[in-house]
Every structure is written in C-alpha cells, then in structure tokens.
Design a binder for this molecule. Structure first.
Ligand code: HDE
Length: 683
C-alpha cells in the first residue's frame, strides 16, 4: 500500500486517501473506489449519471439498513460471557452442560425492556428481559426469561391483546414505553389473572438500578430429564452476585432525560473496565408429589414457588466479560427461541410456554428475513452440526456432496443418533380436545396478596405510589374504579391508600374472586430491601469538585472507592475540571448539568470556601445536592460544602451526611455507603 496522501476539495477541505494505515475502500464486489466524496455528474454542475454504480450501491445499501424491530423487547443490550457449572446435576439431567463441575459453556445474553421501541429510554417502568443463549456441546439452549418470576397471562392466546394494550394507543400513537394509560389498565382490570404480575410491575423490580443488579427467572416450570427418562420439574433463577437494587421513580424520571442509555452505559462501562458482572444460576427442583401438594398449578405462569418452600440450589455462575464487536451484528440479530432446548431439558405443558414455542421461531422470519437466521454467527451453534436443510434467502451452509436426502445409498450425509439425540419426556396425556382453562388456574389473588405482604413498609409505599401515578393517567374513571376493586381483594390497606391517592370519595365495589383467597405466609425472599447486599461494590460515586480543594482529600476518596470496589466520576462546572489547592489540575468526566445526582449511588461535594460560594449560585449544583438528599443518598461534604447543604436543603444534615474533615473520613463514608440508601431520611 502506498503512503496516505491528501486530496483537496474545491473549498480546500482535505480527505485522506488509502495508505499504510487505511486499506483501500472498495465496492461490495471489491472494486477500488477513487472518490468517496462526489457522485458522477455530467459536467461539474450537471445532473447525476445513472451509470454511477458506486453511488447507486452506497445509497441502495443505506436505504435497506433497517430491519423490523422486535415486536416486543425491541430495546435491548447484549454481551458475551461464559457459564461455569459449579455443581454437577447428573442425578437430575443428562444435559451435557450440567454434567461436570468446572465445565465452561460460552453464552450470549441480551437484556431488554418490553414495551418501548428501540429508541426508548432505559429506565421506563417495565419488565426486563433476561435472555441467555448457551452454546452447549449438544446444541444451543436458550433460556429466554424475565427479571420477574411470573407473567400477566396464563395462555399465549392473550399475548397479542396484552401487548396491544400496553403499547402506544393505535389512534394517537402514544404513550411510548409506559403502561400509564387507559388501554393498558382497561385490559388489565378485565384480566384478574394479571393481578399477581401487577404487584410486581408496580414494585421497584421494574426500575432496576442496572442490568447488573437484577434477578432473572425462567418463569415457566421446565423439566430436567435423565438418560433413563426420569423427569423432575425445575424453575430457573439468576441471582446477581452484587445483590438486587432499584432506583426511585423520581430518579428514573430524571435519568431518562439526562442519560436515556443509563443501563447500556452501565453494562458497557463495567465490562470495558474489567468489572465483569456475575449471576449464579439457581434451580428449584421438585417432583410430581410436590406439584400435586402445591396449592397452585405449577403449569400456571402467574404463580411462583416461594423459595422458602423449595430452596434455590446454586448450580453455576454466569460471567459477562466481552461486549459484542458490533451492536447490530450480534445484539440486534441474535434470535432467541424457547424451542431451543437440549437433551436433558424439556418443556412442561405450561400453555404460555407452549405458545411461545411457536412465536419465537415465527417472529425471526419477519425480523431476520428468511429461514437461515441460524447461519448468522451469533445464532450458530459452536458444536458441530449437520442436516439436510438447504437453500432459502442468504444460505451459507448448504449440505455438501450429491446426496441432500435421507435415506440415500451414496454413503453420504448425516444420520440420526438414537444414543445422543434429543428425546421428549414421555408424558402421559389424556382428555378431549377443547379450548379451555384448567380449574387449577382459577386463583388469581392469593399470590398477589402474598407478594404485597412480603414487602417492607417502604416497598409497599412505592407500590401504592406507582399505582396512583399510573391510574391517575387513566382518563376513564370506571377503569380506575375497576382496578381499585381488584386491590380490595388483595389488601385493604393497599386499596384504601390507592383510592385516597386517586381522590376517590368512597371505595368502589370489590371484585368477586372465583376462589377464596388463600392465607399464604409472607415470603421474605420476595422483598428487595429485606435482603440488602451489604456492599457498595459495582456502584458509582459522583464527586462534585471545585477549584481550591485539597488533593489529599480527593485521593483519599479515590482510594476508598477503589477499596470498596466502586467507581468514581468527577463532576465540575466545566469538563475542564478544577485547579487543586496545590496548583495541580484534574479533569472532570461530566459537566454539572449533564450529571444530576440521580445518576449516582452516593455523592460527595468537595468544595473550597470560594468554590462552595460559586456552587451556591449554580442552579444545577443546588439541585445536585437537594436531589441527593431527597433520594436518601449517602452524602459526603467538605466543611465548606456543608454551607451549600444549609443553603440548599431544607433539613439538617443527618447520619447519612458525613463530613470530610480528614482523609480518614473517606473510608468511613464508603463504609456507610454499603447500606446504599439512608432510608430513614425518606421515611
Ligand atoms: Fe416473549 N417474545 N413472548 N416472553 N420474550 C419475544 O421474540 C412471546 C414471554 C422474552 O432479547 C419475541 O425474538 C409470546 C414470557 C424475552 O431477543 C416474540 C409470549 C417471557 C424476549 C415473543 C411471550 C418472555 C422476548 C419478540 C406469551 C419470560 C427478548 C422478538 C406466550 C419468561 C429476547 C423475539 C431477545 C421476545 C413472544 C411471553 C421473555 C414475539 C407469544 C413469559 C426476554 O416471539
């Protein structure tokens, strides 16, 4: 290659040409391009010439860049990683990936929101998808789960209705990425089976602090099957090693404006910095006897099995350690399918799962344009594969040789393998063909009540506020009343608090449950706040700095944050940063108006006397501190910055506010941050 040269346009603008560092640009078929700035014209000011194949190809390809977004879970973010088996499950399943302790399996994971389109903000109040593709030695296994262990509906027949109701209303084309509108609550209030899920979606679960701090669930009951054909039922759980954490609604609203990519950025930054997020895979295993004794049907996806009844056994660790090289190639084109299972794992008769098995295969045809989407590298198995499927759009792997049929006498081609091949569990089925719902699916309120009553007082308040917020966006009064009628069956206090929040003069008539509500015990495992992680690891500290601060204090905070496993971001009045008392200069990562304190898990303000006075005149700095206080954050302040507190915050500093008198106080502050929030300020 020759050295790069510069060419000049008519206005003097320069363009670098191919050389040592840059390969020659070519068309799709490899023809080198001489000029990527100008189309071919008849004369300098003349019309385009149709023969310009370089221009035509470039625009043609651009015009076709978009593919349909996913009809649900359109907005998502993926990463590569590995799954390590930490306990052999050979007694329960012949699935190869669970046979050997220490076995590592490559995975691709995609997290998503459900209702919003591709460009919607990350912190919409919504369920999160948690889809894992395991590239096992026996083929791909896709565990396509959510961050909530139950679902809205019991039968896949109602899925299109649910999604139509949740998404933008068809006549007006809004609202985007939220359920706070009439159509959603109209549908929900007419579907009592959704009440358990309603408790979950109105809880803090739908406002995760990031993908790294949320649980995942396979939702359905699946089967694990041994080589001898013995089956156990199983529910899959993902438990984040860093614990579960959510943001407050008020923070979510601010973050969606300041950083709509909040969750993407978090995962990107964590993986790029080598702080690889991890989840443990847990299984709840039970047999037919338990299933028969359980008061609800284990095939009903609106029910969960409390962890107190069947403990979660940890069997492996998922580590995400590599971002895709290219978002579209992998995250956008990855095709998950509940139908992708491997020998040793099988479906149950859950009618939601059975319906999904059709939908996921079908939807890929629309989205990826043909039957060969498994030829796309992110979807292709890593183990050897061979079959006689051929042709179709974009075929990359047609069978080789003469025989593309079986049986054949050419001695060619793959053959079935009765030893290693997938066998369905031999479930005995009976009954006439009918469109029906099992009687055992009829209790819609007991687990909704159990969930609500398993929450701490703060979490219950959040559920009340979320319901009041959402229902206040419903114009139709009858819908609000119908919903409160359901809440009356779930919990009196809940119904009353919501009715009050909606300004109802009297409680509407209670719904009429088909089954009496069971007196289930609370399940502490269902609460986030009752199970605090006790660590600040993986969290982010926002430090607002001014000119004239001591380098020692900044270093002490940096060291303490590092020690705690947290990251630290500097914020200043300009990204140029600040001049320290010793004359040194530090750059900031953020300018104050781009970094509201809602984006951080805890904040510090390091200000000199003069710096604090300037901050006191800055609306964004005042809001930074006032919000940190209002959101119950731990706050560290230099003595001068305490003046800012008194000017900004209408309450005295409490124990969640730590003064940085000496560098040692930085460690004290980071220790306090392990509690994540100073809840008593909010209570
Ligand atoms: Fe999905 N779902 N779903 N879903 N789902 C899709 O498949 C569907 C359900 C889930 O990151 C679609 O490839 C039906 C439950 C995730 O690419 C589609 C029903 C759970 C993802 C589809 C459900 C999920 C999807 C759209 C009711 C949790 C994103 C694009 C029976 C256990 C996967 C696509 C990714 C995506 C159908 C209910 C999780 C249309 C019919 C329950 C995480 O096939």
């Amino acid at each position: 290659m020759k050295d790069p040269e510069q060419t000049r346009g008519p206005g003097g603008e320069t363009h670098q040409t191919a050389g040592e560092d840059h390969p020659a640009m070519t068309t799709q078929v490899g023809m080198p391009i001489s000029d990527d700035q100008n189309s071919l014209k008849a004369g300098p000011r003349g019309p385009h010439l149709l023969e310009d194949q370089v221009f035509r190809e470039k625009l043609f390809h651009f015009d076709h860049e978009r593919i349909p977004e996913r009809v649900v879970h359109a907005r998502g973010y993926g990463a590569h990683g590995t799954f390590e088996t930490t306990e052999s499950l050979e007694d329960l399943t012949c699935a190869d990936l669970f046979q050997r302790k220490g076995e590592k399996t490559e995975v691709f994971v995609r997290f998503s929101t459900v209702a919003g389109s591709k460009g919607s903000p990350d912190l919409a109040r919504d369920v999160r998808g948690f889809a894992v593709k395991f590239y096992t030695r026996q083929g791909n296994w896709d565990l396509v789960g959510n961050n909530i262990p139950v679902f809205f509906i019991q039968d896949a027949m109602k899925f299109p209705d649910l999604i139509h109701a949740a998404k933008a209303e068809p006549d007006r084309g809004f609202p985007q990425a939220q359920t706070a509108h009439d159509n959603f609550w109209d549908f929900i209030s007419l579907m009592p089976e959704s009440m358990h899920m309603v408790m979950w979606i109105m809880s803090d679960r739908t406002l995760p602090r990031s993908f790294r701090f949320m649980e995942g669930f396979g939702v359905h009951t699946f089967r694990m099957v041994t080589a001898e054909g013995k089956s156990s039922f199983v529910k899959f759980h993902w438990k984040p090693k860093l614990g579960v954490q959510s943001v407050l609604w008020d923070e979510a609203v601010t973050i969606n404006g300041a950083d709509p990519d909040f969750h993407r950025r978090d995962l990107w930054e964590a993986i790029q910095s080598g702080d690889f997020p991890q989840w443990e895979l847990g299984v709840q295993v039970f047999d037919d006897d338990f299933a028969d004794r359980f008061p609800f049907d284990v095939l009903d996806a609106t029910k969960l099995i409390p962890e107190e009844e069947v403990p979660v056994r940890k069997v492996g660790v998922l580590t995400l350690d590599r971002m895709p090289d290219n978002f579209f190639l992998e995250t956008e084109q990855v095709a998950f399918q509940t139908g992708n299972i491997v020998p040793g794992i099988d479906h149950s008769n859950d009618p939601l799962l059975q319906g999904r098995n059709f939908s996921y295969l079908d939807t890929q045809l629309k989205r990826l344009g043909g039957p060969n989407f498994n030829h796309i590298p992110v979807n292709a198995p890593r183990c050897p594969f061979a079959n006689l499927q051929q042709d179709g759009h974009m075929a990359m792997h047609n069978p080789r040789g003469r025989a593309n049929y079986e049986p054949n006498s050419h001695g060619e081609g793959p053959r079935e393998d009765p030893e290693r091949g997938f066998r369905s569990f031999e479930a005995r089925e009976q009954g006439g063909k009918r469109r029906t719902r099992a009687e055992s699916f009829a209790d819609h309120y007991s687990q909704a009540r159990q969930f609500y009553r398993s929450q701490t007082a703060i979490e219950q308040e959040h559920i009340v506020s979320a319901l009041v917020f959402e229902l206040s966006k419903c114009d139709i009064e009858a819908i609000r009343a119908r919903m409160v009628g359901h809440l009356r069956v779930i919990d009196d206090h809940l119904a009353q608090a919501v009715a009050e929040g909606l300004g109802m003069e009297e409680l509407p008539e209670a719904a009429d449950p088909a089954r009496p509500v069971e007196k289930t015990e609370p399940s502490p495992a269902l609460s986030i706040l009752a199970n605090p992680p006790g660590t600040f690891r993986g969290r982010k500290l926002g430090v607002l700095i001014t000119d004239g601060i001591e380098a020692e204090m900044l270093d002490a905070l940096r060291d303490a944050a590092k020690e705690a496993g947290a990251t630290l971001e500097l914020i200043a009045r300009t990204v140029g940063g600040a001049t320290l008392a010793d004359g040194g200069r530090v750059a900031a990562q953020e300018k104050i108006d781009g970094a509201p304190s809602a984006r951080y898990d805890a904040v510090a303000v390091l200000a000199s006397q003069a710096g604090a006075r300037r901050l006191a005149d800055d609306h964004d700095a005042r809001r930074f501190l006032a919000d940190a206080c209002a959101h119950g954050k731990f706050v560290a302040l230099t003595p001068a910055a305490r003046d800012l507190w008194f000017e900004t915050v209408p309450q005295e500093p409490d124990e969640g506010v730590i003064t940085l008198d000496a560098p040692a106080d930085a460690t004290r502050f980071l220790e306090a941050c392990r509690e994540l929030r100073f809840w008593s300020r909010l209570g």
